[in-house]
Design a protein around this ligand. Structure first.
Ligand code: ZN
Ligand code: ZN
Length: 364
């Protein structure tokens, strides 16, 4: 697995005239090498520099051996970045070495130390996003893990809703959801769950409050599980008894927009165009200014990654992307509804991973 990924990186490096890539972000390190520890980096060389070097500290001597296998030369150092710099300086022969580094994640301070240490013959070139581009297309094993995370999250919510949420605080329901996911094997939630009732749901990223959920209102729940290194993400809006006509109308609108946008998902379609499908429907219903966020985002090792489905997106969907489709309508002080599914982008359409119903469900 990791040998194949390193080779794909090497191909990209060659086309950018880079001799090597320094991989420091731990999510990228894990994707590339399988290493799950808290301190490690990888160096991937290309062309005349075919090295595959992994550096960690003494604490991870055994773990890294188990997780990496023979595809990587492993080295142990107390200061892994300084050691990487030394390795690069030594690898340089006769002409300046062009080394890509992750300018999105490496701190200014670490970068300065690195520049100092590698010396004049190693040129550090910003290459942030190179691995993220590769990560956006998932292989079958990754898809299986995301599928499992989504299933686990669905089951956890069903369990919590069955027990009832009326009369409990938003914070209590969020906590129970998190526990239900952990009990089923999740390493944790993929982000802090959102549980927002009534007008509070009009804040798209509402934090759960110590406020009791009443009957006869809409409650938006946005949650996901982190399982085996992969995330899920889903939103459902449920009713706690009879709700008013306005709430029903907004729910029906979001549901229609969500379904039409889902139908538009397939390989080769621009993220911007899928966003536009939902946005147009919501705008025509007079709620254009009440849908203030993008339609969706990629999900993988982390809950927000490439590609984006939004008005500004330059991304074109590819088979093997995993994305959310999550339109919402938020009328300040009144009502908020969001419906979010997690889907695999296939050549001929979406494969929806979320199994929960989308008609307006009433819970006690
Ligand atoms: Zn979500
Ligand atoms: Zn989302």
């Amino acid at each position: 697995m990791s040998a194949d990924r390193a080779d794909r990186i090497a191909e990209r490096l060659a086309s950018r005239e880079l001799d090597a890539l320094l991989v420091t972000d731990l999510v990228n390190v894990r994707w590339l090498t399988g290493f799950t520890g808290s301190n490690g980096l990888a160096l991937v060389g290309a062309g005349g520099y075919p090295f595959r070097l992994f550096i960690t500290d003494f604490r991870y001597l055994t773990q890294s051996e188990e997780q990496l296998g023979d595809a990587w030369e492993r080295q142990i150092a107390s200061d892994i970045l300084a050691h990487a710099a030394d390795c690069l300086r030594e690898a340089q022969r006769g002409r300046p070495l062009h080394v890509g580094y992750d300018d999105v994640h490496l701190s200014v301070k670490a970068h300065a130390a690195l520049v100092e240490r590698v010396g004049e013959d190693v040129e550090l070139i910003p290459a942030g996003g190179l691995i993220e581009e590769l990560r956006a297309v998932k292989d079958d094993e990754e898809l299986e893990r995301i599928r499992a995370a989504a299933k686990l999250a669905d089951e956890a919510l069903s369990e919590v809703l069955e027990r009832g949420i009326v009369g409990r605080t938003e914070r209590d329901v969020a906590l129970e959801l998190e526990i239900a996911m952990r009990r089923r094997g999740a390493s944790g939630p993929s982000f802090p769950p959102i549980v927002a009732s009534g007008a509070h749901a009009a804040l798209p990223h509402a934090e759960p409050r110590d406020v009791t959920i009443p009957s006869g209102t809409l409650v938006t729940i946005d949650w996901g599980a982190q399982l085996d290194g992969y995330a899920s993400d889903c939103t459902r809006t449920v009713a706690t008894g009879e709700v008013g006509d306005e709430e029903r109308a907004v729910y029906a609108l979001v549901r229609e927009a969500q379904q039409k946008a889902l139908d538009a998902v397939r390989a080769g379609v621009a993220g911007r165009d899928v966003d536009a499908v939902a946005r147009e429907i919501i705008k025509l219903a007079g709620h254009g200014e009440h849908f203030g966020h993008g339609l969706g985002h990629g999900v993988g090792a982390v809950v927000h990654e490439a590609p984006r489905l939004s008005q500004q997106s330059e991304d074109v969907l590819q088979a093997g992307n995993v994305v959310t489709v999550e339109p919402g309508v938020y009328v300040p002080g009144l009502v908020g509804v969001r419906i979010e599914d997690l889907v695999i982008v296939r050549e001929d359409g979406p494969e929806v991973l979320t199994s929960l119903p989308k008609e307006l469900v009433t819970v006690g």
